[in-house]
Design a protein around this ligand. Structure first.
Ligand code: BES
Ligand code: MN
Ligand code: ZN
Length: 495
């Protein structure tokens, strides 16, 4: 998709479709007003007849609007003007993408980026427009035998801004938005692929491909390498699988040669059956999404490479399946992690922390300035925050603030969860240094506490994306979160 920025009269555009907003109560936005004036109040008449009420998320497609050269005019409801905010803005863009997809137009001018929005500048509005439109037109039909027959696809989107002096900021935001959108699309594709295709080996191949295309370094550590490193915990999870585990290490060098890197580490369980502590059947298919943390690492690496960020970033992915088998790890088994700490595996379904702890010890060798891990770690996270915010835990208040700010500026929001010492109490084992689970209460927090035992060497944040990495139900799909958050965090660190 091609995006560009333009200012000037919407009523004079020769394009497939001009998109304008209408507030509830027949309040026209300035672009809608321009079209209304040029067309002899055609829009006011439509509203007066009650065919469009400006309700948030509704659209009405108009053809042959008098004296307007555009083939179509799309009215998009914005809800009440007083309540217009980030979510209604994004909702209007999503509705726009959906409506445009249903037409035969290949080109559109979207006059929503020119709307006033409290506390948000042109750059924010433009970036969000690119992200929402790309999200709206995303399709995953790689596994269908016939590509779904569609109309001509939307190819060019012009984003309208109110003033000439917003063009430069808008154009920078388009570049940023497109890079993030490409990262998100990769993350969604990897997440949506079934586990019989998206295996640890497949993820490793994709990482190598990405590295080749974007001038990064890719190292794939095999089972024997993991044994040499003493990753007894990661290897314990992989024991039950016929698929060999991989530790994927990507290095992006955009910064000074001697500049300390940051590291992002993603949980790559390509299918989580629970292992011997097997999960119940309903919705188990969704455990193909248990590698969405890994996918977000690859997506973010792609986004920053496309933007050529002046920063050094290491992306690490421990990838394995979690399967029951005669050879699988059993409840009560005790393993030695790369850090030397021993772990009593009381529940084989708490496998994410078992692979992450070794990866988090491994990244110490890069002397990272900060480390963020991303994991679909606990069902309890979904109970706590639902599908809106990602849970964020950190051993550094400075880093925590950076991550929350990146979540806000990318509208890929995270919420600060407590990780006080009090919560460490539950992690006691009679037989090993630590168990891999505590009681049911505060399950996401005790999981974070487990990881904190392995991240004492650097400032660290943990993102539990169990509730935000994918959507269930009719729109079942990976979301691409938290690529936008991570990219914004890296953008800030680079500047
Ligand atoms: N991948 C799951 C977490 C998960 C479950 C994410 C459902 C999204 C939806 C993780 O490996 C897991 O199984 N966690 C257990 C931990 C428990 C055994 C302490 C859980 O959340 O039930
Ligand atoms: Mn599990
Ligand atoms: Zn899991």
């Amino acid at each position: 998709m091609e995006f560009s920025i333009k200012t000037g009269s919407p009523e004079k555009q020769r394009t497939g479709c001009v998109v304008v907003g209408v507030y509830e109560g027949r309040r026209l936005t300035s672009s809608a007003q321009d079209i209304d004036d040029a067309s002899g109040h055609f829009i006011a008449e439509v509203l007066r007849r009650g065919d469009h009420e400006g309700k948030a998320g509704t659209t009405l497609l108009l053809h042959n609007v008098p004296k307007v050269p555009a083939d179509r005019v799309l009215l998009v409801g914005l809800g009440r003007e007083r309540e217009f905010g980030e979510n209604t803005y994004r909702g209007a863009l999503a509705a726009t993408a959906k409506a445009l997809k249903a037409t035969g137009t290949t080109e559109a001018m979207v006059c929503l980026t020119d709307l006033p929005l409290k506390k948000r500048d042109t750059g924010w509005k433009v970036e969000q427009a690119v992200l929402c439109i790309m999200d709206g037109v995303y399709r995953f039909d790689r596994m269908k035998s016939k590509a779904s027959e569609t109309k001509r696809a939307l190819r060019r989107v012009v984003l309208h801004v109110a003033r000439r002096n917003e063009i430069a900021e808008g154009e920078t935001a388009v570049i940023r938005g497109q890079a993030i959108a490409e990262g998100i699309a990769l993350t969604k594709d990897l997440g949506n692929l079934p586990a019989n295709i998206c295996t640890p080996t497949y993820l490793a191949e994709q990482a190598q491909e990405l590295a080749k295309r974007h001038g990064m370094k890719a190292d794939i550590l095999e089972q024997k390498d993991l044994e040499k490193l003493g990753m007894g915990s990661f290897l314990a999870v992989a024991r039950g699988s016929r698929q060999p585990p991989k530790l994927i290490v990507l290095e992006y060098h955009g910064g000074a040669r001697d500049a300390q890197p940051v590291a992002i580490v993603g949980k790559g369980v390509t299918f989580d059956t629970g292992g011997i502590s097997i999960k119940p059947a309903p919705e188990m298919d969704e455990m193909k999404f248990d590698m969405c943390g890994a996918a977000s690492v690859l997506g973010t690496m792609k986004a920053i490479a496309l933007m050529k960020l002046p920063l050094n970033v290491i992306g690490v992915v421990p990838a394995t399946e979690n399967m029951p088998d005669g050879n699988a790890v059993k409840p009560g088994d005790i393993v030695t992690t790369m850090s030397g700490q021993t772990v009593e595996i009381l529940n084989t379904d708490a496998e994410g922390r078992l692979i992450l702890c070794d990866a988090l010890t491994y990244v110490e060798k890069f002397k990272p300035a900060a480390v963020i891990d991303i994991a679909t770690l606990t069902g309890a996270m979904v109970i706590a925050l639902g599908h809106v915010a990602t849970g964020m835990f950190s051993n550094s208040d400075t880093l925590a603030r950076e991550v929350l700010a990146a979540g806000d500026s990318s509208w890929d929001r995270a919420w600060h969860m407590p990780m006080w010492d009090d919560y460490q109490e539950g992690l006691k084992s009679n037989f090993a240094d630590i168990p891999n689970i505590a009681g049911r209460a505060g399950g996401s927090i005790t999981a974070a506490c487990f990881l904190s035992r392995f991240t004492k060497a650097y400032p660290w944040a943990h993102l539990d994306i169990a509730g935000t990495a994918w959507k269930s139900g009719a729109e079942k799909s990976a979301t691409g979160r938290p690529v936008a958050l991570l990219t914004h965090w890296l953008l800030r660190r680079a500047s």
